[in-house]
Design a protein around this ligand. Structure first.
Ligand code: AP5
Ligand code: MG
Length: 191
């Protein structure tokens, strides 16, 4: 089983690109954000606890997200592997992911990153707010909190994976097709 991480700041285009990349390489796309939003929509206890944190642009506790992922990994069928979108998001999640995978005799096979400047992040998320109606897209302060949290907590993972020779970056500015082609090129080298 292969384990790839689709990395990048909020609004970079991870969700937009994940479907076509997952399909092309027979991977299962897992967005922790989408899983959490589904819990909120279903009104589960987990969803109720996550909603306040997500709506403010703050992280949900590591154990909650990791528990959801472990369950999914265990039930994997008919797939070449996983394309993780929105996870890991801080150093402890990255370290925990290594432990989770080591227990299965597996590892992270590569990180492909979509990179865009902060000004483009804000522009894209503000535009998406009108289309998808995500509560965490509606408030400029929440968007800024997500961007700052990304720089502080998530960006250090670039060094973490680069040190292991696993980090590969694509420019996320351009059309959706252009970005798809850049990511495909990186995936072709990895798979
Ligand atoms: P999550 O759902 O992961 O949100 P995010 O990281 O903020 O990322 P986005 O979904 O906003 O961005 P994206 O890269 O998917 O962009 P998209 O393709 O939509 O997480 C939400 C929350 O859940 C977190 O804040 C946190 O609270 C919690 N959470 C999730 N994972 C967690 C974890 N591991 N630990 C703890 N908490 C966690 O694109 C954005 C817009 O741009 C779209 O409108 C799209 O149409 C447009 N667009 C895309 N590509 C292009 C292009 N090339 N040109 C023009 N427009 C484009
Ligand atoms: Mg997304």
């Amino acid at each position: 089983m292969k384990y790839y991480i689709l990395f990048g700041p909020p609004g970079a285009g991870k969700g937009t690109q994940a479907g076509s990349i997952a399909k092309k390489y027979n991977l299962t796309h897992v967005s922790t954000g989408a899983l959490l939003r589904a819990e909120i929509a279903a009104g589960t206890e987990l969803g109720k606890q996550a909603k306040t944190l997500i709506d403010a642009g703050n992280f949900v506790p590591d154990a909650v997200v990791e528990g959801m992922l472990e369950g999914l990994f265990a039930s994997a069928k008919d797939t070449a592997g996983f394309l993780l979108d929105g996870f890991p998001r801080n150093l402890s999640q990255a370290e925990d992911l290594d432990v989770i995978l080591q227990k299965k005799g597996e590892k992270v096979d590569g990180v492909i990153s979509i990179m865009i400047p902060d000004a483009v992040i804000a522009e894209r998320i503000t535009h998406r707010a009108a289309i998808e109606g995500r509560a965490d897209d509606a408030d400029p302060e929440v968007i800024q909190n997500r961007i700052q949290t990304y720089h502080k907590k998530t960006e250090p993972l670039i060094q973490f994976y680069d040190n292991q020779g696993k980090y590969h970056q694509a420019d996320g500015v351009g059309t959706i097709d252009e970005v798809h082609n850049r990511l495909s090129e990186l995936m072709d080298h990895l798979s």
